[in-house]
Design a protein around this ligand. Structure first.
Ligand SMILES: Cc1cc2nc3c(=O)[nH]c(=O)nc-3n(C[C@H](O)[C@H](O)[C@H](O)COP(=O)(O)O)c2cc1C
Length: 462
């Protein structure tokens, strides 16, 4: 389906293409609320409905709802789409509105499929994400932000609509809606999902954003810290569970079903003790809130699109290189790590390759060291893959896991600036260049990819 809206104007119209999927129409309402002011301001908006070839059930059955979990938390998952291939295109100068709902703290499988099967759509484009979900969008938004950057897009930010009523009420009403198909409204628990006030907030975001003149970013995804903290923690655990379940299912179906059952029990228990966890975390809340702000970075507000050139191309992104270049890394995944002479704490000259023989090695610069060391500690708990870390610094630091780079050549050559880190395989090949917007998640995914790549038979592109 493709609908075109436009308004005559003497200045060249800004254009956008919206890719979206919605089961109940909630996400469609959110997208329309945000884009209506753009259309009114003269933007030409094209809509592309993403349709799974085998529709997901609505209302959901219990087995279907939990059965979709492993695919939801698998970054590589994709399904067959009924949307004609010809719809997956973006015209010159078109901004992309990538709209998705959250399924298990991750972008829904149909929309994840678009990222996985049509990476060319995003390269060099400006992208705005629009999300409508119950409440827990943080992990999904960070994942999409990271994926878009890796595809070479400039993510301008996320516009998020949620059910703003209390967490436990929305849990009950959303499940009632998903399993019973009734959104409700008359009873004491109220109507499930995004309400009219939220839609009005999205309209206001659209109006502010469409208005030319100011350069300031607009807050489009208000953060509720206890929910965000639980979401970011659970997001990691969900991905871990997904790996366990997929590994079980690969052995046999029964083991897959048993592990899904174990996940459901764990989920129920976790939800039951969540209020206690929030209470226990209260004394630390200032530190936790700062960590959440750091993790979410700029994604909760919407930056302005770049200026339009006369050919209709967004000059701000013309020729934008893939994320690895945007993050100023000089090495790319698949490169052999160049050997720069560095100094150990003993003063002896050495190269990274001489130090690194087994396992994976993470290289980072000193300014981003705390975040990356934290992520390495976390990855060691979550993943059995041997992992070491080395910090390279221009000023000498006397420690065995630091190397001194007096000329700065290695830091520049590896691109260890602006929080970027480089993950190196035992054979000296660069496994991943990590931007550092979400170190924990980036590192866990890169380790997983490196392990999967190592297991992949030759010629299997996955
Ligand atoms: C399988 C499944 C998992 C979901 N997981 C989450 C979640 O983790 N966080 C959240 O806030 N909402 C979650 N939701 C709610 C959806 O994000 C969304 O609000 C709902 O499915 C309606 O969206 P739609 O009708 O526009 O497709 C989930 C819904 C489904 C069906």
């Amino acid at each position: 389906m493709s609908i075109e809206n436009s308004r005559d104007n003497t200045v060249p119209a800004r254009r956008a293409v919206v890719f979206h999927y919605s089961q109940t129409g909630q996400l469609t309402d959110a997208v329309e609320a945000f884009t209506a002011p753009l259309t009114a301001a003269g933007w030409r908006i094209r809509n592309v409905a993403v349709t799974p070839a085998r529709p997901y059930p609505f209302p959901w059955s219990v087995p279907a709802f939990f059965g979709v979990f492993p695919a939801c938390v698998d970054e590589h998952a994709e399904i067959e789409l009924a949307t004609p291939e010809s719809e997956f295109r973006a015209e010159p100068g078109e901004l992309i509105v990538f709209a998705y709902q959250v399924w298990y703290l991750a972008p829904s499988v149909p929309m994840r499929t678009v990222l996985n099967t049509h990476p060319e759509l995003f390269a060099g484009r400006e992208v705005v994400s629009v999300v409508a979900c119950r409440k827990m969008w943080h992990s999904a938004v960070l994942e999409v932000d990271r994926r878009l950057a890796a595809l070479g897009a400039r993510h301008l930010g996320a516009v998020v609509a949620t059910d703003t009523r209390p967490q436990f009420i929305t849990l009950i009403t959303t499940l009632r809606w998903m399993f019973g198909g009734r959104r409700g409204g008359r009873g004491p628990l109220g109507r499930a999902g995004v309400d009219d006030r939220e839609l009005e907030r999205l309209r206001a975001c659209g109006r502010d954003w469409a208005e030319p003149g100011t350069d300031s970013a607009i807050v489009t995804a208000p953060v509720v810290y206890p929910v965000a903290g639980a979401d970011l923690l659970a997001g990691r655990l969900f991905r871990r569970w997904g790996r366990v379940i997929r590994a079980g299912a690969r052995r046999n179906r029964a083991l897959g079903a048993v592990t899904v059952g174990a996940f459901v029990v764990w989920l129920g228990l976790s939800l039951a003790i969540m209020p206690l966890g929030v209470l226990l975390a209260l004394p630390l809340h200032r530190r936790l809130d700062r960590a959440i702000d750091r993790a979410l970075g700029e994604v909760t507000s919407l930056r302005r699109p770049g200026p339009l050139d006369t050919a209709g191309a967004e000059t701000a992104v013309t020729g934008t290189a893939p994320a690895t270049e945007m993050s100023s890394a000089a090495v790319r995944p698949g490169d052999r790590l160049p050997a720069y002479p560095l100094r150990r704490d003993t003063g002896a000259e050495i190269t990274v390759g001489e130090l690194h023989e087994t396992g994976l090695l993470l290289l980072c610069g000193s300014e981003a060291e705390p975040a990356w060391r934290d992520a390495v500690g976390y990855a060691r708990i979550m993943d059995a893959t041997p992992l070491a870390a080395l910090t390279i610094s221009i000023t000498p630091i006397i420690a065995a896991d630091h190397l001194h780079d007096p000329t700065g050549a290695a830091l520049a050559g590896y691109g260890l600036h602006d929080g970027t880190a480089v993950l190196v395989r035992p054979d000296g090949i660069v496994a991943a260049v990590l931007r550092g917007s979400d170190p924990h998640q980036e590192l866990i995914c890169a380790i997983d990819d490196a392990a999967t790549g190592a297991r992949q038979p030759e010629g299997d592109p996955r």
